[in-house]
Design a protein around this ligand. Structure first.
Ligand SMILES: [Zn+2]
Length: 327
């Protein structure tokens, strides 16, 4: 029985050179179209319902099953992705960050993306601006020295150079939440905009757009409420997050029994999984890079490929991941 699933994780999909922030890391619309052709050639698209059926009733998935997932509720998903998926009769699985959609607050992680995009080509200035902020808050928040943070965090990964990783890790995880927010907001106002609400309305889908997608066969799942690192919360706070996110699913008319989650930052722990089981969640995606294997032991820790792991040309030869699945 086939249980292997290639779930692909997308974020921004837009014509970047024609936007105000061309340095945002995302997939070009043209690349997304090519990737759809590539996937159509080598895979069979499945729906969330097919995956749930596979898990609950043991029905087989087709060979080379593929599910497309879209995190963070960007307007790109409604304007660019949704029409293309509809045209090709593919179900997309969307995970919008509930609170950002409802309150028009920009997620910290997105603020950091746009600060970096606005500072593109002038990273030295951004890093020195961050050092100034650290100096300002050092005694109040018992911060370490600037060189301590740089040496600890500035380590390039497969997508980003060292300076960018330094900014991301410092502002996403390393510092205490309060000071992290203070610095991120200061830089966001300085580099991007003073009008956060207007920016949020441009960046994310609204409730009606999400409802429209749900009405037209797309799947809307939970991405938590406040897009938090969920493993760091107490079980009580985790439960509040999950309850509020179920409320959100209800408000966009998405199923609240046998629902699907995508962990913000791919982050989870055992107590969260217990809560998810209790609240009727049946599947959850991490951001671990691999082919997913659908079975009860893995249901709350499903791997995904990043869009960048697959070729961006329709006629490309099957790459490592595609071959791995075909084996
Ligand atoms: Zn996210």
């Amino acid at each position: 029985m086939f249980r292997k699933l290639t779930a692909v994780m997308y974020h921004y999909v837009r014509e970047l050179p024609y936007t105000r922030y061309p340095a945002i890391k995302g997939l070009l619309t043209s690349q997304f179209k090519e990737q759809l052709f590539y996937l159509k050639k080598h895979y069979t698209f499945v729906t969330v319902e097919d995956c749930l059926d596979n898990l609950e009733n043991g029905t087989s998935l087709p060979a080379n099953a593929c599910l497309l997932t879209f995190d963070d509720g960007y307007i790109d998903h409604f304007v660019t992705v949704f029409p293309l998926l509809e045209e090709n009769s593919i179900q997309g699985c969307f995970f919008p960050p509930a609170k950002a959609i409802i309150t028009h607050e920009v997620l910290d992680v997105n603020k950091i993306h746009f600060i970096l995009a606005a500072a593109d080509g002038n990273m030295d200035q951004l890093v020195s601006g961050i050092y100034d902020c650290l100096d300002k808050y050092r005694s109040q928040y018992q911060l370490q020295s600037n060189s301590h943070y740089y040496a600890k965090l500035a380590i390039a990964n497969r997508f980003d150079p060292a300076e960018i990783i330094f900014v991301k890790r410092l502002l996403q995880v390393e510092l205490d939440e309060n000071v992290r927010k203070l610095i991120t907001n200061e830089l966001f106002r300085q580099y991007v905009t003073e009008d956060e609400k207007a920016f949020a309305k441009e960046l994310y889908m609204d409730l009606d757009q999400i409802r429209c997608m749900a009405r037209n066969g797309m799947y809307i799942g939970s991405h938590g409420f406040d897009h938090q690192w969920l493993s760091r919360l107490s079980p009580e706070k985790q439960e509040v997050e999950i309850n509020e996110s179920i409320q959100f699913l209800r408000s966009v008319h998405s199923p609240t029994g046998n629902w699907v989650m995508s962990y913000p930052y791919g982050d989870y722990n055992d107590s969260l999984i217990e809560i998810l089981k209790k609240k009727g969640c049946s599947l959850a995606f991490t951001s671990k890079v691999d082919i997913a294997h659908l079975c009860n032991e893995n249901a709350y820790a499903l791997a995904r490929l990043d869009a960048n792991d697959l070729p961006k040309l329709a006629n490309a030869e099957p790459n490592l991941w595609t071959k791995k699945l075909l084996d």
